[in-house]
Design a protein around this ligand. Structure first.
Ligand code: FES
Length: 236
């Protein structure tokens, strides 16, 4: 009677090959996954950001007129999450994974809100904007702590991007409003929603006024979230 042929692979061999396969698979898979998750790890785990949180000089407060916003521009630095010096050079995009994005920013003296309509029924009426007396009279630098405090409490520093789909808004002196040319969004001098499709007011930047009489901004909005900036009243 013929002898039964022995299985060339033992149970131990099989498990050994399985373990080696798992290790090789992990070696090949983990680096690409790590690379893809790099931005998530940076932002959500390490709490880092590709938007450097430094202060940028915007412009002098003396340039802001009494009842109109003043247009400024600033170059915000961005560090690409997936970028590297090598890739940037190879792709011909530039010499670095860092680049600047020019952003337009409006600064205005805040106007008091006159609530002569019941809250939630229509857009608020607003008064004249409140330029501080020391700015009206002309001032010398360095500014005092009190002057800085007053200027900061009366300033709006806003993005010019419409809160609907991001078109650049423009100030219409005749109407005393910001108008968005894309779909007709309207905002008052404080950046609050007045009409049209935007679901909220304009985004506002974190800023400070310094002794040299200039405004400095961070690439960071202060009025984000459901309680901040959702200023669209219900219209009947
Ligand atoms: Fe401004 Fe649509 S983008 S109203």
């Amino acid at each position: 009677m013929a002898e039964l042929q022995k299985d060339p692979m033992t149970r131990g061999d099989f498990l050994g090959f399985g373990a080696i396969g798992t290790i090789v698979g992990a070696i090949l898979t983990i680096p690409p996954i790590g690379y893809l998750l790099q931005p998530v790890i940076q932002n959500d785990v390490k709490k880092e950001t590709n938007v450097p949180q430094k202060w940028y000089k915007l412009g002098p407060i003396k340039d802001i007129p009494e009842n109109e916003p003043q247009h400024f521009e600033v170059d915000f630095q961005i560090n690409q999450a997936y970028g590297s010096e090598k890739i940037a050079k190879k792709s011909g995009v530039g010499k670095s994974s860092r680049f600047d994005v020019r952003s337009a920013i409006y600064a205005s003296w805040a106007a008091p809100v006159i609530k002569d309509v019941p809250t939630g029924v229509g857009p608020d009426k607003i008064g004249k904007s409140q330029m501080p007396e020391f700015v009206k009279k002309g001032f010398k630098t360095p500014l005092t702590k009190e002057q800085i405090k007053e200027a900061e409490s009366k300033l709006n520093v806003m993005s010019n991007s419409c809160a609907h789909l991001g078109c650049p808004v423009r100030w219409r002196t005749n109407q005393n409003l910001f108008l968005c040319p894309c779909h007709g969004g309207l905002y008052d001098i404080n950046g609050n929603w007045v009409g049209g499709p935007p679901p909220r007011g304009l985004y506002k930047f974190e800023f400070q006024v310094r002794e040299d009489g200039n405004i400095y901004v961070k690439h960071h909005f202060t009025n984000v979230g459901p309680k901040n900036g959702f200023q669209r009243p219900f219209v009947v």
